[in-house]
Design a binder for this molecule. Sequence first.
Ligand SMILES: CC(C)(COP(=O)(O)OP(=O)(O)OC[C@H]1O[C@@H](n2cnc3c(N)ncnc32)[C@H](O)[C@@H]1OP(=O)(O)O)[C@@H](O)C(=O)NCCC(=O)NCCS
Length: 175
Amino acid sequence: MSTINAAYEATATLPDGRLLYLRAIRPDDREKLREGFFKLSKTSVRDRFFSIKRDLTPEELTYFTEVDFLRHVAVVAELQVGSERSPVGVGRFVASQERPDHSEMAITVIDEMQGKGIGKILLTHLIDGARDLGIRHLDATVLAQNNRMSKLLRKTGLPLETRLEDGVRILSLSL
Ligand SMILES: CC(C)(COP(=O)(O)OP(=O)(O)OC[C@H]1O[C@@H](n2cnc3c(N)ncnc32)[C@H](O)[C@@H]1OP(=O)(O)O)[C@@H](O)C(=O)NCCC(=O)NCCS
């Protein structure tokens, strides 16, 4: 049983002192997720989706927000400003079809909030949630030039395997 279920919530403090609120994604996050997508630069969209994409389809919004917290786990990071919370990132992992102890993960932080430690915090929560489910490897598929994600994973200090496949890099973190 993952500690990350539909009722999951946690807080963390960013290196700059600001408060981050983490919670399970919800079906009513569709619009927020779409707004967040529009805040991404072309580079971030390409790094996350491997193509130039102008919008998320209704099917993608359903897929990204309606998760079962077993095979598909997703966490939203919101910046807490006074009593307001504004979404700044999302992290998820989805069970691999082929390999039972592997899950494919993805993390996205809106550009204006990148480099502030949010990706690192999301990753920590994903690692803990994945371990609770008995997942042994978290794999990230990244473009070969995506050094930011590679660096983020390398900095965990966990064993990291890298392989190149058709221009994309598969980074596999052993938990
Ligand atoms: C990759 C991504 C999730 C990282 O999130 P982030 O919140 O910016 O990362 P953090 O601030 O937690 O940084 C963690 C480490 O990454 C590295 N890093 C962050 N921004 C970087 C940048 N612009 N260039 C190089 N390294 C960077 C740093 O080593 C940092 O460690 P340190 O500050 O402790 O030394 C974010 O850049 C992003 O959303 N990119 C677009 C989508 C994407 O590529 N997703 C991954 C594919 S699934």
